[in-house]
Design a binder for this molecule. Structure first.
Ligand code: MLT
Ligand code: ZN
Length: 462
């Protein structure tokens, strides 16, 4: 109790929420409602110095600290254990954009900035911060970096890792590392910021970052294509890449079942085509001039693809409202799946060269071993990343199904975890699929930076 009082004092008035109070559930349950934890306190420090002071105190007393941003993670990485002894360290009060450096194409933002706020700050300067995903209205920069978030524009701009130039991190022992580098070139020893990006808060707390900005895609073109299945999507991606080159920003795949669920359950969306098809792709290209964005190329390309029967139907969005409708369908898929319930979810990645074969092979054994199963895969096919979600027939063994999916992914040279991370959800698979040498190296890093195991205990590695 004295410890909790000390942490409350560090964070000051308005800087904490009672762990046992009515408001705690928003922090102690993950957004998929798969993990239910308890927290002794939700601490909300207002500066990196306060974060460091909380960590120093917790390190001395052996109190587990669970860093949390928007609580939109998909793997339970920001949910405390059920014991109630850990505290949540919520970064939401640290929401200052420290600087937009237009000449340098960078933004410096604190960890608690909502992703959409960083996008808007860039936009006000006539620039683009390209990290984008369905949860951008509530997820925060610290969480996005800590999970190395991907989203819908990785194809052109890379993951959070590639978008980060500098990082400020509070360590378990209460030191603050100032690495707010704004340079694109600075070969000066180990690139330690990469240890913390994607570490899911197990090595330290990201408190601020310097992020890369790009010319705005003012002439974005968005189109919606109907096709026969995932194999066609991979081949089609090659056609688009050849035709649009670097202007291709997004290439999102959706099985027909995903779109049907959205149209059934999400109000305010319209089917862009008159018929239903086995699968769809949402493509966006963008640049500062209409010609560079593929404005003239797209109609001819789609006509050729229709001619060659590589696509079954297509529509180009005429204006922002139509483009917004297409994006709403794509981005509402997780919500529609949650409303429907009963999906076994997998976040997998494969080399583009084996993705079509993986889909065909999986379809074959799913039909044979799990008759009645409905696949609802979608995702970032341009990155080789599929959210391979399946509704199993009642009584089917979901654990055995998932094991089979991961074995198939592994056999095709892929990963069991593409962009959602390990959290509490995939610790078993991490041990199964990483080599002993890799796990040993990860453990050594963890022991070096967090010898008392206070940083997000029970996540990624036990
Ligand atoms: C998405 O691509 O929509 C997100 O990764 C969320 C999800 O997979 O459910
Ligand atoms: Zn995704």
């Amino acid at each position: 109790m004295a410890d909790i009082q000390t942490i409350k004092r560090i964070c000051g008035d308005g800087g904490w929420v009672d762990g046992g109070g009515a408001g705690a559930a928003a922090f102690t349950v993950d957004q998929r409602e798969k993990f239910h934890g308890r927290a002794a306190l939700i601490a909300m420090p207002g500066s990196a110095a306060e974060v460091a002071a909380v960590l120093r105190h917790c390190n001395a007393r052996g109190i587990g600290v669970v860093p949390q941003g928007g609580n939109t993670g998909m793997a339970g990485g920001a949910t405390p254990s059920a014991g109630g002894g850990q505290i949540i360290l919520h970064l939401g009060r640290m929401n200052r954009i420290r600087e937009v450096d237009r000449a340098n194409f960078t933004v410096s933002a604190e960890a608690g900035c909502v992703l959409a706020a960083v996008q808007e700050a860039a936009q006000r300067a006539g620039l683009l911060f390209p990290l984008a995903m369905g949860s951008q209205g509530s997820c925060m920069i610290g969480g996005a970096l800590s999970t190395n978030a991907g989203g819908v524009r990785v194809l052109r701009y890379g993951n959070a890792r590639e978008l980060t130039l500098g990082l400020e991190v509070a360590l378990a022992d209460g030191r603050v590392l100032d690495g707010m580098n704004k340079l694109r070139k600075s070969n000066s020893g180990y690139d330690w910021k990469q240890w913390f990006i994607g570490a899911e808060g197990t090595l330290g707390v990201v408190t601020a970052a310097v992020l890369r900005l790009f010319p705005d895609e003012t002439h974005a073109r968005t189109c919606w294509l109907a096709l026969g299945g995932a194999g066609d999507a991979v081949r089609l991606f090659g056609d688009f890449r050849d035709a649009l080159g670097g202007a291709l920003s997004c290439f999102e795949f959706m099985e027909g079942e995903c779109v049907a669920q959205v149209l059934r359950t999400i109000p305010g969306v319209r089917n862009p085509l008159v018929k239903n098809y086995p699968a769809y792709v949402l493509v966006q290209s963008g640049a500062q001039s209409a010609a560079a964005a593929g404005g003239e190329i797209l109609p001819a390309l789609l006509a050729r693809l229709l001619d060659e029967k590589k696509i079954l139907d297509a529509t180009i969005a005429a204006g922002e409202a139509q483009a917004a409708n297409l994006w709403k369908i794509r981005e509402a898929i997780p919500e529609a799946e949650k409303k429907r319930g009963g999906y076994v979810k997998h976040d997998i990645s494969l080399p583009l060269s084996t993705l079509a074969d993986f889909m065909a092979e999986s379809r074959r054994w799913i039909a044979q071993d799990f008759p009645g199963a409905v696949t609802a895969a979608f995702g970032h096919v341009g990155d080789g990343n599929l959210h391979f979600n399946v509704r199993l027939p009642s009584g089917a063994d979901a654990g055995a199904f998932t094991e089979k999916v991961y074995a198939e992914v592994h056999a095709h040279g892929g990963s069991f975890s593409a962009e959602h991370g390990i959290g509490q959800l995939r610790k078993k698979e991490l041990l199964a699929f990483k080599s002993a040498g890799e796990i040993a190296l990860m453990r050594r890093l963890k022991e070096t930076l967090d010898p008392n195991n206070i940083m997000n205990p029970g996540k990624v590695l036990d």
